[in-house]
Design a protein around this ligand. Structure first.
Ligand SMILES: Cc1cc2nc3c(=O)[nH]c(=O)nc-3n(C[C@H](O)[C@H](O)[C@H](O)COP(=O)(O)O)c2cc1C
Length: 145
């Protein structure tokens, strides 16, 4: 079972969550943890499951640094790959967590199999948020058994 957790984080929240998730999954699976800027979208189909984590920037946008990755996803065929998406962003903005929606739509369009509802976290995760993150991880693991 090979899982990729790839994330983008500006001020550290998503990095912390991604590391937690990779540790959580690592108890049962072989996990690679990468930053989206270092991830080749074409490598996603090498994994049984991929988890994409992103903050939202600008006016409800995918962060600039993640744009290349996001656009490349349109050319990738993920028909054998399960996926889940999450991200911390902020409810102080109108388009709360919109990047999570964009990645979810794109990965579905690329024929990936979504195995968990996407998880949006408001700023710093509280205990309940971390349980939602763990549950997302559980769904991913369960889908691979
Ligand atoms: C200039 C700027 C624009 C932002 N725009 C949005 C937005 O449109 N929607 C949203 O939900 N969050 C927005 N955010 C909030 C970030 O997504 C949020 O702070 C997130 O937790 C940062 O994650 P990180 O600590 O991993 O970098 C914005 C933040 C900044 C600084």
């Amino acid at each position: 079972m090979k899982i990729l957790v790839t994330y983008i984080s500006m001020s550290g929240r998503n990095e912390k969550i991604a590391k937690h998730l990779a540790d959580y999954l690592g108890k049962e699976a072989d996990v690679d943890l990468e930053q989206i800027v270092d991830t080749d979208a074409y490598s996603l189909s090498d994994y049984d499951a991929v988890i994409v984590e992103s903050y939202t920037y600008g006016d409800g946008q995918v962060p600039d640094e993640a744009q290349d990755f996001y656009e490349d996803l349109a050319d990738v065929d993920l028909k054998r790959t399960k996926f889940a998406v999450l991200g911390s962003s902020s409810k102080t903005h109108i388009h709360f967590g919109r990047a999570v929606d964009y990645f979810t739509m794109q990965l579905n369009s690329s024929n990936g199999e979504q195995v968990s509802d996407s998880v949006k976290i408001n700023e710093d995760p509280d205990e309940d948020d971390m349980l939602r993150v763990d549950r997302l991880g559980d769904y991913v693991l369960k889908s691979l058994k």
